[in-house]
Every structure is written in C-alpha cells, then in structure tokens.
Design a protein around this ligand. Structure first.
Ligand SMILES: *[C@@H]1O[C@H](CO)[C@@H](O)[C@H](O)[C@H]1NC(C)=O
Ligand SMILES: *[C@@H]1O[C@H](CO)[C@@H](O)[C@H](O)[C@H]1NC(C)=O
Length: 257
C-alpha cells in the first residue's frame, strides 16, 4: 500500500517538473495582465528552457520549489510574461542554488528552495518584488491567485504567455481529510488552495510559482494528486511560506549561500 502511494507521489513530483506532463497550463485561467505579477520568474536550465516558476522577494532572491533542484536550474528570467521575448542581456540572471538539507522529497515537505542571483536585479516598471506574509499567517486567506507557464501536453512546449487563475483557499482540516481519503498523510507546513470544489488550479510545470493572497506570496506550488489536473478532485498543495521566514532571512543576510 505505502509503496503504491509513494509511487503516486514520485509520479506527481516528476510530472511537476514537466518530465511527463499530460495536463495543460494553469487550469481554466487567463493570460496575466502585462502590468501585474511583475515578481514572476521563469526558472530555467542551462539550455534556457523553462523548468519551474519562481518569484522575486528581494533584489537578489527568487523563491522556487526544492523539487525543481534535480532539473538543474542555472538562471531566472525576470521582466517578461512572454517567454518568447527574452532578452538575455537584460532579463536573464544567473543563480546559485541555496539548498536546505531539510528537504528530502515532496511527500515529506519543506519543498522550498532559494535562488541567489549573482548580480542584483534592476527593479523597474517591469520587475518588482512581492511581499512575504507575517510569521503567524491567518488561518483563512482570501482573494488568492496562482500563476505559471506550465506545459500544454505530454512532452509538449511551455506556454509562452503567463497564465493566472483565482483559486479558493481550502481549510487545512478539510484538505487533510481529502488527502487521507486517498491514503496520503500531508506533510507539515503546507497550505491548500484550488483543485477541489472548483475547476481551477495549477498543473504540471507550474511548480515553484507563488500562491498570492491579498498581495502577499503565501505559498509555493508543490504538488497535486498524481498528474490529474481535471478539477475538481483533491486539493492542490503549496508550501506554507510563513513557516520558512527565518530560513529566508538567513539566506538574505548572506552574501552567498
Ligand atoms: C521521503 O523522505 C522521508 C524522510 O527521509 C522518507 O522517510 C520517505 O520514505 C521518503 N519518501 C519517498 C517516496 O522517497
Ligand atoms: C534548513 O531549514 C531549517 C528549517 O527552517 C533550519 O532549521 C535549518 O537551519 C536549515 N538548514 C540549512 C543548512 O540552511
């Protein structure tokens, strides 16, 4: 039994990386408005391919998911919602990965990774920071959105234009109950939103992107149920950023990591 469940989770991990993506972009979303979500980062490998989402929290720090690490991100693209229009000179920043030893796999949690830009991002009307939540996050959040450039078909191309969708926040007890009903105990420090009780949510390729509620980045896209993005089914899972503020502060205060 456990083995099978682990199998499912490994599968969702792989698909989150877009290696076996069957779903599509952000589900039932729309193109992001040009002048909004200017903190979005496309996390890319050395071939300049989109691997994961991320978001800029200070001039030299992008937050993404730890499970994006095996895909070897080497740079982030800032300042464009359109991945077809990347000016390497002004939009691409090389990064150093600040891994935290407490991450093992998505099923045991701590799915957050910081990327330190080797030079500071120039903030502008195209590149802005997003605020982090307070240490004691409210139990109920409203007005939440998730955004990403996820793949559109198995082995397919990324979506070029950033997609965004409103997702309802889901009570943690309800979320735990739903996951338990398919035999999965959720890790600590997660937030649930979308995918359940709505046709909207994230999909494979959106990993690492932010759950934004009331203008704050409160979650990091972590995993969904198997690779199924035909919502509603089981709630989508995000890493609860409010539980990692000290970690972020520590990395922020270091020159490197
Ligand atoms: C995930 O990591 C935990 C902690 O190291 C371990 O107990 C568990 O077996 C791992 N699960 C998978 C699917 O590898
Ligand atoms: C990893 O994160 C944990 C929890 O935030 C923290 O206690 C620990 O010091 C971090 N480890 C490293 C190597 O940064």
């Amino acid at each position: 039994m456990m083995h099978t469940l682990h199998g499912f989770l490994i599968f969702s991990l792989l698909t989150c990386l877009g290696l076996n993506a069957l779903g599509s972009e952000i589900i039932n979303g729309k193109n992001a408005i040009d002048k909004r979500m200017l903190y979005m980062a496309s996390v890319q490998n050395k071939e300049g391919k989109h691997i994961c989402g991320g978001f800029l929290i200070s001039e030299d720090l992008v937050v993404t998911a730890a499970h994006c690490d095996p895909s070897n991100p080497t740079s982030v693209v800032l300042g464009t919602h359109n991945l077809k229009k990347v000016d390497d000179k002004t939009m691409r920043y090389t990064v150093k990965r600040c891994k935290n030893q407490s991450y093992k796999n998505v099923s045991s949690g701590n799915d957050i990774m910081l990327l330190k830009l080797t030079k500071k991002a120039r903030l502008s009307k195209r590149v802005q920071l997003i605020k982090l939540p307070k240490p004691n996050n409210k139990k109920v959040l409203r007005k939440c959105q998730v955004a990403g450039w996820g793949h559109t078909s198995t082995g397919g191309e990324n979506v070029d234009a950033l997609r965004v969708v409103d997702v309802p926040f889901i009570n943690l007890d309800i979320c735990k109950r739903e996951w338990k009903s398919i035999g999965v105990a959720l890790p600590d420090n997660v937030i649930c939103a979308g995918g359940y009780d709505t046709t909207k949510g994230f999909c494979q390729g959106d990993s690492g992107g932010p759950l934004v509620c009331n203008g704050e980045a409160v979650g990091v896209v972590s995993f969904n149920m198997r690779r199924n993005c035909d919502y509603p089914n089981i709630p989508n899972i995000y890493t609860d950023i409010s539980k990692y503020l000290q970690l972020i502060k520590d990395v922020r205060n270091k020159k490197t990591c």
